[in-house]
Write a protein that binds this ligand. Structure first.
Ligand code: NAP
Length: 298
């Protein structure tokens, strides 16, 4: 377990794109001796002016301390940089903040074991660069808990309020990443479709916004009961049945068509409702549709 009263521990950041620069800046701001490396070294200039040390090679960067954070475009770049290293990562903790699939994260964890990396932690960044180091940042981690505990205090520089350990399985952080992005895009798409509908009546998106936000918040409240129902595998319709939902879904499709607005999103919503009814869930709650999502697409 890391000691919150200890002097800030050294950290290395490899990859100084938009995100890597924000990560390194957050470590520096919290007093961590920070070593950096980037393929295009000019991107380190501002960080060096603020106290970072620019390593002359990836190897030197890795060997500068016990904790190595890498954040580059993709896992091909991760391997292009780290595969050639011979033993430099032994005994060190590698935290990979590069976005990837859960399968890539698990494969890289295996690679790390074969390479005798001290510990491999996979991470997902649920934030944009300006939010790094602020209370808005959410950082997710999966992999060996003991290694996370050891470096948690250092990692908190990136997300002071939400440095979240999830699971020993290194793929879980990436799975959360895509699942949460799905939530984000669903809300955004619904807002955009609604704004298109209301736009036909001259209603501005800014006028729609407060009620759209209220509904998004109210819907978040519905999820408390649905999550429990999904885990229990039983879907009592305490609020509304899927039959009732389908009638309203049809209004959304018809209204969209009549107003010349795109119908694909409401059609998709309706199709899932219809499938749930066909599977015998007409009198169940909306949560019963989980069974349609669990199946592979036809
Ligand atoms: P970026 O600004 O495009 O930076 C990409 C970085 O990868 C640069 O440091 C680049 O080096 C390096 N790189 C790419 N290919 C390389 C190679 N073959 N060898 C060595 N270095 C290579 O991207 P970013 O926004 O920082 O994103 C980095 C990661 O964070 C991505 O996985 C992204 O999905 C994730 N992320 C980003 C955000 C965001 O809002 N930006 C949010 C969440 C997660 P050069 O500078 O030399 O080109």
């Amino acid at each position: 377990m890391s000691n919150p009263n200890a002097a800030p521990a050294p950290v290395t950041v490899i990859g100084l794109g938009l995100m890597g620069q924000a990560l390194a800046a957050a470590f520096l701001k919290n007093g961590h001796p920070t070593t950096v490396w980037n393929r295009s070294s000019a991107k380190a200039d501002e960080l060096v002016a603020n106290g970072a040390v620019l390593a002359p090679s990836v190897e030197a960067a890795v060997e500068a301390g016990p904790l190595v954070v890498i954040c580059v475009s993709d896992y091909d770049a991760v391997h292009a940089l780290l595969d050639p290293l011979e033993g430099s990562l032994k005994g060190r903790t590698l935290v990979n903040m590069t976005s990837a699939s859960s399968a890539q994260a698990r494969a890289t964890s295996k690679w790390a074991v074969e390479r005798e990396v001290g510990a491999y932690i996979d991470s997902a960044i649920m934030a944009i660069p300006p939010a790094i180091g602020t209370d808005e940042a959410i950082l997710l981690y999966s992999g060996p808990k003991t290694a996370f505990d050891e470096h948690e205090e250092t990692l908190k520089a990136i997300a002071p309020e939400a440095t979240l350990y999830l699971d020993e399985d290194p793929g879980v952080a990436s799975l959360y990443d895509v699942a949460l992005l799905g939530v984000m895009w669903s809300v955004e798409n619904a807002f955009l479709h609604g704004a298109a509908l209301l736009g036909t009546a001259g209603v501005k998106a800014t006028a729609f916004l407060p009620l759209a936000k209220a509904l998004a918040e109210m819907t978040g409240g519905f999820l408390d009961a649905y999550a429990q129902q999904i885990d229990d595998g039983e879907y009592p319709a305490d609020d509304a049945t899927i039959t009732t939902h389908i009638l309203a879904m049809e209004h959304l499709v018809d209204e969209s068509r009549e107003l010349g607005v795109n119908t694909e999103l409401p059609e998709l919503i309706k199709v899932f409702g219809q499938r749930a009814v066909a599977a015998g869930h007409s009198d169940n709650s909306y949560a019963a549709m989980i069974e349609q999502f669990r199946k592979p697409s036809a």
